[in-house]
Design a protein around this ligand. Structure first.
Ligand code: ADP
Ligand code: MG
Length: 567
């Protein structure tokens, strides 16, 4: 087709950019190539920030975490087939975690794909995306772009948020439409995530159950953090005095050093609480499915949840409160005027006692001095730095690096801890760090296991290219879990869990002009993290950790297959 100069015409790419702008999209995370390169160029031309990655999975993770932090869908842009598939892991992870994001992927010629005649990057992307996404749509006509995007935005953000796939064909992107006609199709989605108000009966039932409890507990999940009902949750906990336990990404919703925080007595409160109010937390594997030896067998549950299908998913819930957390908390706080809740002082005292014992045990682990460092005495330093930079965003992944960091490092503000989430997935680190840096404009500290870092390590070029204030600490123990395993076959190949303990990850960032540190002692680590954070410049600290420290699979060793045969 020869190109025509006609000021009255526009095309699919431009209409897509206009539709995104109309809906307040200010950033796109992606990797360009056929057929979406010009779409990214036009977006930049029109004032949308385009952040280009080295791998689509990291772009998708950045989009997902920006969705979690802002309640607006993060946008990830990819090329067809392989690029689409690379992004799909992040899209699936967003869906599993309830993060709103939209993956927009270019795709090849429908006619050829449908007859399987062999096109460039031929793949039936929309149908492949369906089981991994909350919803999947394809736009075929330029006049449908605004409607297609609206469907994606609503699906991503309403109810339980999630990942949405939006297929844009090469033909659509290039198709021409009259400018005035195109303009008429554009609109801003009205109220994309409507309130969902729980019934007043369910609120009364929940309050009565709490009021009759002897040992109540509030369990805060990342749904609570996502809902941004911070003040209402705080008010409810202040007024009732109920102890609370944060799930990993809900840490900091109220400060971890709050007197009612029972994180240091986690096992004790789960084993003993007689009534547990879940606020935006699922009774999934992370909570032992709400049953079994880690729970009081007589525990009764209240569950604040937006998705009615979630209720009774693992065990009966006495008092479901189905609605959005903000509306639910507002009604619960108001309900306290009529139904008063008082917590037995003996419950609080016993939690306090257990906390003290565990804090002492932890202090003993933190206060050792070794070279090379181990996880705990290294984390003691990270803790001190975070305690004096309370507002920092903490990205965290690894096995031992994840579990120990979660337990040691206090969080003080909501939505500051970003980690492996519901799947316990590795590879989110650099994408989350970049997404959080772009969204918040604040310094980010990423505490990474050496194995976990490897999954997205090339994104340090992205971090340096955009000059982001990200400090990465690689806890290098030379292995997945541990670095000291042997090849059981006796050959010269390293064991399956072995990585290079001698690797100098710091040298990588040097190649891109970032600041490298290689540290072996607590003093060096403290100096490097502090300088990294305060410099606001890309920094990578290779922190040598004893290869002999670390537990197989971190805290979830029990999830490995159990066999009666002794290995
Ligand atoms: P965690 O891993 O922290 O326990 P989960 O991801 O398992 O948290 O659970 C979060 C829950 O919160 C999900 O079931 C999700 O449907 C729910 N949720 C998310 N946003 C809201 C909201 N605004 N109102 C109510 N529930 C929500
Ligand atoms: Mg390791």
């Amino acid at each position: 087709m020869s190109s025509v100069q006609n000021d009255n015409l526009t095309d699919g790419m431009h209409v897509m950019v206009e539709a995104l702008k109309k809906n307040g999209v200010d950033t796109i995370y992606g990797v360009v190539g056929i057929p979406i390169t010009d779409l990214a160029r036009h977006a930049q031309e029109e004032g949308i920030r385009y952040i280009g990655f080295r791998h689509e999975q990291s772009a998708g993770n950045a989009a997902a975490i920006s969705g979690y932090l802002t309640k607006k869908p993060g946008i990830c842009l990819t090329v067809s087939a392989p690029g689409f598939l690379n992004g799909l892991t992040a899209l699936a992870n967003a869906t599993v975690n309830g993060f709103p994001m939209i993956q927009i992927s270019g795709s090849s010629d429908r006619a050829i794909i449908d007859l399987q005649q062999g096109d460039y990057e031929e793949l039936d992307q929309m149908n492949i995306a369906k089981p991994f996404a909350k919803a999947a749509y394809r736009i075929n006509k330029p006049e449908d772009i605004a409607i297609g995007l609206a469907r994606a935005i609503r699906a991503a953000t309403s109810g339980r948020p999630g990942g949405v796939y939006l297929d844009v064909t090469t033909e659509l992107l290039g198709s021409v439409i009259d400018k005035v006609e195109a303009e008429k199709t554009l609109f801003k989605v009205e109220n994309p995530a409507p309130k969902s108000i729980p019934s007043s009966d369910s609120i009364i039932k929940a309050l009565n159950l709490l009021s009759s409890a002897k040992k109540p507990l509030v369990l805060l999940g990342k749904g609570a953090a996502y809902s941004q009902a911070d003040e209402l949750i705080k008010k409810f906990l202040d007024e009732t005095g109920i102890p609370f336990l944060p799930m990993s990404m809900a840490k900091g919703l109220l400060p971890d050093n709050h007197p009612q925080c029972a994180a240091a007595a986690r096992s004790f409160v789960l084993e003993n609480a007689d009534t547990v109010m879940l606020i935006g937390a699922r009774l999934n594997w992370l909570l032992g499915h709400g049953k079994g030896k880690h729970w009081n067998p007589d525990v009764r549950f209240i569950q604040l949840e937006i998705d009615p299908k979630e209720i009774d998913s693992n065990r009966p819930i006495e008092a479901p409160v189905v609605g959005d957390i903000e509306s639910s908390m507002e009604l619960l706080v108001n309900g306290l005027e009529k139904i008063s809740i008082k917590v037995d002082s003996s419950w609080i005292e016993n939690i306090e006692k257990d906390k003290e014992i565990n804090i002492d045990k932890m202090a003993a682990k933190l206060n050792t001095i070794t070279v090379p460092l181990n996880y705990y005495n290294a984390l003691k330093i990270v803790k001190e730095v975070v305690d004096s930079h309370k507002d920092i965003y903490l990205v965290n992944e690894g096995a031992n690096t994840l579990d120990d960091t979660r337990n040691v490092i206090n969080m003080y503000y909501p939505r500051r801890r970003l980690d492996c989430g519901t799947w316990g997935v590795m590879g989110v680190g650099m994408g989350f760090a970049i997404g959080a840096a772009i969204t918040s404009n604040k310094p980010i500290l990423a505490i990474e296991g050496d194995s976990a870092f490897g999954f997205s390590g090339m994104e340090i070029e992205t971090i340096c290219r955009y000059k982001l204030p990200i400090t990465i600490v690689v806890f290098n123990n030379g292995g997945i879990y541990r670095g000291d395993h042997e090849n059981l076959g006796g050959g010269t190949d390293p064991s399956p869990t072995t990585l290079m303990a001698t690797a100098r990850y710091d040298k990588l960032i040097e190649a891109f002009g970032g600041t490298p540190y290689n540290v072996e002692t607590q003093e060096e680590l403290k100096d490097a993290i502090t300088k990294g954070i305060e410099s606001l410049k890309p920094t990578l600290i290779n922190c040598k950790i004893d290869p002999k420290t670390g537990t197989e699979s971190g805290h979830i060793t029990s999830l490995n297959p159990k066999t009666a045969i002794k290995n």
